[in-house]
Each structure stands twice: as C-alpha cells, then as structure tokens.
Design a protein around this ligand. Structure first.
Ligand SMILES: N[C@@H](CCC(=O)N[C@@H](CS)C(=O)NCC(=O)O)C(=O)O
Length: 202
C-alpha cells in the first residue's frame, strides 16, 4: 500500500493507524502548495480532488476520505481491535465520532488556515470551534479514549486535528481532560513513530 501524505496535515491520522496496525506501506509525500510529488508529477492527475490522505491499495484501487481510509485499515487487522466490528452497535458509535471529527472539528479548523479571511471572521470560527472542543473535553472527563478504555482509529484523527490548535491560537488550557488525552495519545509508540517520520517531533 502507498499512503499519499503531507507532513502535519490530516494525513497524519491514517499514518498513525498504519503504524498502530503494523501494516507495511510506502509513504509518498505530496507538496500541497504546488500539488506535486517529488518527481514533479501533478497530484491532481493522481487524486483529482487534490487532497491528502489518499491510500493506494496493492491492487491499484485508490481510497480517499480520511475517515474511510482509517476504517479500511482497521478492518485489515481485526485482531488489533482498532475499531469495533462492522455492523455492531459500537461500530456506529465509532463512526459517529469519525463523522463529528471530520465535519465539525477538522473542517472547523479550515477557515483558520485561510489567507483570505480577516481577523474578525477568524475570531468567529475560532469561537465556534472552541464550543465543539468544549463538548469533546466534557466527553473525555471519564474516559481514556473516545470509545472508552481502548484506543480506536477515531483517536488518531482527533489527536491529529487538535494538534493544530497551537498554530491557530486556540487556547486549550481550560480543557484539562482534552489536554490530558492529547498527552496520553502522543505517548503511544505508533504516534511517536509517525511524528518522527513526518519530522514533527519537538
Ligand atoms: N474530505 C477530505 C478532506 C481532506 C483535507 O482537507 N485534506 C487537506 C489537508 S488536511 C488537503 O489535502 N488540502 C489540500 C487542498 O486543499 O488542496 C478528508 O476528510 O479526507
């Protein structure tokens, strides 16, 4: 398999999951400023939406959408229990988290990265995003991970997007449970390996 990624972006989530799953893969770095690969090829010719992450399977099929990619990966290694079994009530719970992270948190950050938006607009989006994170913080009060006491692929995704908070002037200090959670997830060996491989280790 090949993972098309760009360091520190949302592709860190499937990168972490690949390492949690101990699945062999080849990372392919995408320059998102130019949408090119290191050999100069146009990324839009490979992924017409121009987004990372993209997973290329050994049979040549290409999968996009981070929340789908991480479920595919987890389903390849059921013994690792990275997500509840398909069809179970708990699986829908995990999907509920993945969808919330994708639509409310991941895409909640997007306006903050915009070069077009001014400070006033960004302040509006920052406040809105903080209300979502406040809810997540409350959810984490009595849990180690989003699904309870076991790490799940949704944790790789939440960790990835919340790690952008520092760059975006989001003050997480009131969110003590979320902060403890971020520290907990960051200590996982697979997370450390992924951060190291992407050149993100402090
Ligand atoms: N819907 C996609 C969105 C992925 C996405 O937003 N990727 C960003 C990086 S975090 C990207 O590739 N941006 C490049 C661009 O907008 O051209 C998913 O959930 O996987």
């Amino acid at each position: 398999m090949k993972l098309y990624f760009s360091p520190g972006t949302c592709s860190l989530s499937p990168h972490i999951v690949l390492r949690e799953a101990e699945l062999p893969f080849t990372p392919v770095k995408v320059n998102l400023s130019t949408h090119t690969l290191s050999d100069g090829s146009n990324y839009y010719d490979i992924e017409p939406k121009g987004y990372v992450p993209m997973l290329e399977l050994d049979n040549g099929q290409r999968l996009t959408e981070g929340q789908v990619i991480v479920q595919y990966l987890a389903d390849q290694v059921p013994h690792k229990q990275l997500i509840p079994a398909a069809g179970s009530q708990e699986r829908y719970r995990a999907q509920e988290w993945l969808a919330f992270i994708a639509t409310e948190i991941h895409k909640g950050f997007s306006p903050l990265f915009s070069a077009q938006l001014g400070d006033e607009a960004k302040s509006f989006f920052r406040t809105r995003l903080l209300t979502k994170l406040e809810w997540v913080n409350r959810e984490l009060e009595a849990k180690e991970y989003l699904m309870g006491n076991a790490f799940c692929v949704a944790d790789a995704y939440l960790f990835t997007v919340v790690s952008w908070a520092g760059f975006m002037k989001l003050d997480l200090t009131p969110f003590t449970h979320l902060q403890a959670y971020m520290a907990r997830v960051s200590q996982r060996p697979a997370v450390q390996q992924a951060l190291e491989a992407e050149g993100l280790k402090k």
